[in-house]
Write a protein that binds this ligand. Sequence first.
Ligand code: UDX
Ligand code: ADP
Length: 473
Amino acid sequence: MNKQIKDFKINKICCVGAGYVGGPSMAVLAYKCPKIIVNVVDIDCNKIDNWNSKNLLNLPIYEPGLSEIINKTRNKNLFFSNEIDRCIEEADMVFISVNTPTKTNGIGAGETIDLKYVEACARRIGEKAKGYTIVVEKSTLPVKTAETIKKILDSDSSNIKRNNKTFSILSNPEFLAEGTAVKNLINPDRVLIGGENQIAIDFLKDVYLNWIPLEKIICTNLWSSELSKLTANAFLAQRVSSINSISAICESTGANVTEVSKAVGMDKRIGENFLSPGPGFGGSCFKKDILNLVYIAKYFGLHEVAEFWVQIIKINEWQQKRIYKLIVEKLFGNVSGKKIAFLGFSFKANTNDTRESPAIFIGNYLLKEGAQLSIHDPKVNYEQIKLSFDNPNNLNRDKNSGCWEKVSELSNVFEGADAAIFLTEWDEYRNLNWEKISQTMRKPSWIFDARGILEKEKIINLGLNFWSIGLGS
Ligand code: UDX
Ligand code: ADP
């Protein structure tokens, strides 16, 4: 039955893309809106099988609190499937949550977002949707992508007439951070809806009003909404690069970055969040979104603006490189054949996502020097590490350089190691049995704390050498 605007209601939602954004955001939507049927579809059959897995430990992504919500909603009003066409056909509202990687070839390579997945998805919606359909951009997209989507949706005029189709396009960027996705989705700082058509905006607003107070829902024009998402991520990344640059000054001057961070963050104008130094930011968004901002700035001839944002990425890469270099220096300029315990492989704690993880870059540098990495991570599996190291975009080493292994038991990772590097701030790394560890490592042993999570005194008192990010000696 064709849906038309006059008797339109949101009964069924389809989300195309069951990844880190689509999966959790639709699970929470289904949980909070029990009367709406939510179909999450993906071209990746394996992923869908995992979302449907009886054993909740096999869900394709790890997020605290997610499996409980999936357990309450799955096959009630939340469904994961590969039946993309059927789910689009039946939907009153379609969310686009597909991947948006940085382009690797052609115009804008290395800077702008590759829109091939979004375009393919828009074409399919254009072809299959029936009657009036609200299309919502959930993926982070370059400014003005909504215009492209609209052109694609409206392009097949004979199909449009035949099926009585009309579309409204909205931008509704997702601000969830991995590791706290469920918390962020249930209680977001704000929900942003960008669009031109007030009726469509109100329909989406009504969905969110099921659990989000009105004052937290902001409505803007399409371009402001798309640009706000890029800007928010760029500002957050800028804070990380700022504190990381200060961490290097602390190490050289004898200041302590934790103290500096606290003193600076207590200024209400600055605020205390996002001032933790580390091995550089990772994740799928920060670098990609800044590169995209740089691309837009250059496109409009704003070269100084582009240069400003490029520096944020340069400092990030420099931070990773300087940590790798200091590890090699402390180990007498040679890590070839040395066992190095790698603690944490995800780009931050409480996620199994490894995209742009500093561990990949620092790991690759060390492998190039011939190191033997013994990797532990509570949530990242062997295949994921292999994929990350073998990804041609991440590869900067010869095939016959060092080697790596994945170790499941935390206590085994230190056995015979010359050094241990803490790269992810997993809780279980904070209170280790250092007496035991110090006995199993090869002497002289080094502990490198790139997250500032370990207890310095305890470690030094056991005769281990210790370096911590932003801690001057
Ligand atoms: C980010 C944005 O926070 C989120 O709003 C957006 O929707 C997607 O991108 P995410 O990448 O999941 O989320 O994680 P985030 O918590 O922002 O951390 C990004 C990186 O910065 C991580 O590698 C993290 O370890 C690092 N970071 C963050 C620091 O090094 N120090 C900090 O103080 C904060
Ligand atoms: P994000 O972090 O933005 O959620 P992910 O890579 O985790 O990105 O998820 C994006 C998902 O979109 C992937 O599972 C991918 O298979 C899926 N996808 C990409 N293109 C399409 C498409 N045309 N139709 C359905 N699913 C798609």
